[in-house]
Design a binder for this molecule. Structure first.
Ligand code: JB2
Length: 214
């Protein structure tokens, strides 16, 4: 097994740790966190310090790291942590839960999390650092761009394009062929039946744009 260090010891870490544990691919050496007490255990894994110790973790021979801080509409911390880890020299793998069902010719970028009971169908592209959360369905030929978060139970129908850093809330449905711009937030339970611009907050059934997301 390859050694991996996790960055962020909150709620998202719980989901990621369970997926790592379900496969014999990575051994978790510890978790860094900005606030948690050193020595605190998260599902059996210790908080080993704040991020400045990551350099010495890498120098000790740990080549892999994963950002276990999630995002609800603001991905700037995930972006900062990705670049910090890459600067040190870490490789960020994709963590794909073994219960997920991934179709043919699917491309998955670095640092991506694909959680439990998800489906990603043929010819879809999942960009770097995206989160495909528990039970989400990504139909065929979708493009889910970098840092996008598809919330639990969301259904993204075929040929949908969702641009960078956009958040699709839990249990939303996006019908086939729709384009959603970058840096937008689709509220939980929304029904998206036509294109959504960049940098807006939208929700409802059918969705309405309610404000800018600047
Ligand atoms: O710069 C940092 C940093 N900033 C905050 N470095 C490191 N290593 N850790 C950092 N943190 C830590 O991230 C906080 O101290 C805290 O322990 C953790 C964030 O935890 P929280 O539970 O608030 O959020 P999350 O991002 O783990 O989970 C959210 O997103 C998920 C996708 C929650 O809303 C979850 O419910 C959701 N499933």
């Amino acid at each position: 097994m390859e050694k991996i260090v996790l960055v962020g010891a909150g709620g998202h870490a719980l989901s990621v740790i369970e997926s790592i544990q379900s496969k014999e691919e990575y051994e978790i050496v510890g978790i860094t966190d900005a606030g948690a007490v050193v020595g605190k255990k998260i599902l059996g894994y210790e908080v080993i310090g704040k991020d400045p110790i990551l350099k010495s973790v890498f120098n000790s021979g740990v080549m892999y790291a994963f950002v276990t801080v999630g995002s609800i509409g603001n991905t700037s911390l995930r972006e900062k942590l990705l670049y910090m880890l890459k600067d040190i020299g870490f490789t960020l793998p994709a963590i794909i839960d073994p219960s997920s069902n991934i179709g043919s010719d699917v491309s998955v970028g670095e640092g991506v999390f694909i959680g439990r009971n998800t489906v990603v169908n043929a010819k879809s592209i999942i960009g770097d650092m995206a989160i495909i959360n528990t039970g989400a369905i990504i139909e065929h030929s979708c493009c889910i761009d970098k840092f996008t978060h598809i919330g639990p139970g969301a259904v993204i129908c075929g040929d949908v394009k969702i641009s960078a850093r956009t958040h699709v809330g839990a249990n939303s449905t996006v019908i086939q062929g729709v384009n959603i711009g970058n840096d937008s937030i689709i509220g939980a339970g929304s029904i998206v039946i036509r294109d959504v611009p960049s940098k807006v907050v939208a929700f409802g059934n059918p969705f309405k744009v309610v404000r800018n997301n600047e």
